[in-house]
Design a protein around this ligand. Sequence first.
Ligand code: ADP
Length: 380
Amino acid sequence: MNHELRTPLNAIVGLVNLCLKTPLTDKQADYLYQAKLATHTLMSLINQSLDYAKIESGKLELECLEFDLSELIHKIYAVFNMQALDKNIEFNLHIDGEINRYFLGDALRVEQVLLNICSNAIKFTDQGDVSFWIGAKEINNNTQQIMIKIKDSGIGISKEQQATLFQSFQQADNTTTRKYGGTGLGLAISKQLVELMGGSIVINSDLGKGCEFVITMPLLKSNQNALFDCSSLMTRQKDSEQEKQVDNHQEHSLQGVNVLLVEDIEINRMIATELLENHGAKVTPSFDGQHALDTLQAGDHFDVVLMDIQMPVMDGLQATRAIRAMPKFEHLPILAMTANAMNEDIANCQEAGMNGHIAKPIDESNMITRILTVLSSSDA
Ligand code: ADP
C-alpha cells in the first residue's frame, strides 16, 4: 500500500519541482508552489494514516534494541535548534540529573514522538521560546522513568479543545488547518506509541498561554553502564552547521560525479536524471538490477549507485547483494532510492549492504546531501 501510494506521488512531486525551475509567470509559479505544499501534506497524511492503521490493527511491534538516548536527544536538538533560528525564536535544552545513556527500546518510535511534539511546539510559536527538559527517576535496578517536558510560548490550546486533541484527525479548531497545515494525526499516533511503551503524555495549556507536553516513559537500561553524554552536544551543533553549509552549496555540488541510476519506471528515471544533472552529475540510466550488474561489469567507472528496490528481472536488494559479492565493488557506495520507506524496508536495505536510503518522493536537498555524505565517507 505504502509503495503504491508513494510511486505516483513521487512523479507528481518531481514534475512540479522540475516545472518550478522553468521560466514561469508569477501566477503559474504561485499555483505550482501551492501544489507543492499540498503534496507535502498529502505525503505526511499517507505516512501517518498508514502508521495509525498499523497501530489500530494491533500490528505495530516495538523494537527492543540498544540505543544511545543522548545521541537521540542531541539529534532532536540539532533539527529544532535550526528551525527555531529560522523563526527567530529560541530552542533551549535542559538535561537534569543522572540519566542513563544506553537503553533497550524502539529508538525510532521514541524519536517519532519527540519529533512530532517538538515540531508542533515550533510550528505554533511565533515569539519567545521552546524549551526541552529531560530528567530521569530510578524505578528499579533495571529501569529508569524518563520524563521529557516540551514547553512553548505559542498560541496554546483551550481546555475544551484539549478534550479531543489525542483523537485521530482532530485539530484544535478548523482554522488551524488553513493557517498552519497539518493532518491532526501526529498527537493521536504519539499517544498510542507512548502508551505501547508503557508511558503517558499529559498536556498543560490554555488558550494564548503556550503549551507544555509532559511525556513519561519507563525505559529498560542496557548492560552498558554509562551516563547521558552531554559533551556531544557541541559536536552535534557543529555537525548541523556543516549540514547547513552542504545545503547552501548544492548548486554544482555533484560536478564530475558519475551516477548509475537504477530505476525501472521511466518517469522516475527522467525526474531523478534531471535533478542530478542540474547539480552537475553525469547520469547513466539502468532499468533493473540485472541491467545494473551488466553495466558495472562492462567496466565504466561509477562513484555512486542509486538503486530502486522493486524492479522486474532482479530487484534492488538482490542486485546489491550480487554487487557486494564482487570484491572490486565491495566499497562502491550504493544508496537505495525507493518508495519502500517503512522502517523494515530501511533495515532490509542496510542488511543487503547498502550505504543509505533516500525515500521517494525525492526531496532534492536530502538526496544531494545523502550523496555528498556517502561520497565524502568513501573518500576517507
Ligand atoms: P497536526 O499538527 O498535524 O495538525 P497533531 O495531532 O500533531 O496534528 O496536532 C493536533 C492539533 O493540536 C494541532 O492541529 C493543533 O491545533 C494542536 N496543537 C498541537 N500542539 C500544539 C502546540 N504546541 N500549540 C498549540 N496547538 C497545538
